[in-house]
Write a protein that binds this ligand. Sequence first.
Ligand SMILES: Cc1cc2nc3c(=O)[nH]c(=O)nc-3n(C[C@H](O)[C@H](O)[C@H](O)COP(=O)(O)O)c2cc1C
Length: 175
Amino acid sequence: MNEKETILAVIHNRRSVRNFTGEPVSKDDLMTILKAGMAAPSAVNYQPWEFVTVTNRETLNQLADGLPYAKMLYKAGAAIVVCAVPDKAFDKSTEYAIIDAALASQNILLATESLGLGAVWTAAFIDESRINYVRTVLNIPKNIIPLNVIPIGHPTGEDKPKDKFNDKNIHWEKY
Ligand SMILES: Cc1cc2nc3c(=O)[nH]c(=O)nc-3n(C[C@H](O)[C@H](O)[C@H](O)COP(=O)(O)O)c2cc1C
């Protein structure tokens, strides 16, 4: 495969991985993933994001305990919480901070796939109770918005990519 084919294969093979073996994720791999996150585009290049990386088993379990749709954290080797920081965003805009942090999140998901690991975006934002739970467990201050919790781990192989191509969603020239 040439470089272009490899990148497209990563994009198309990426899927939400919710079944992990329980093996740990190396710090080297986490750094590679975090660097990919920070390579994302952002409005006026303000980079209004911060990342809380969790590898401690008790903390991962504590997050799983309080997040109804993130139970895969019990078997994940790590998690990255992508935080949007409106104070650092263009125009101090919450919307730009969220958009930019979402782009960093997608880079994290793709980088994880490229390393042969698996991940899934689990929502904190826009649910106030989940945002507050993640803030409390991880000591995240009030002015910082935890956008998601991304469990990362070694996939068992159960989760498969979906074909979402839909010709009806494409408009040529005009709507
Ligand atoms: C904003 C957002 C919130 C999501 N929240 C959750 C979640 O809380 N738990 C979960 O298991 N998956 C969550 N997902 C993953 C989606 O369910 C998943 O991306 C979608 O079903 C498409 O499947 P795929 O990622 O395998 O292509 C979320 C995805 C997005 C973009």
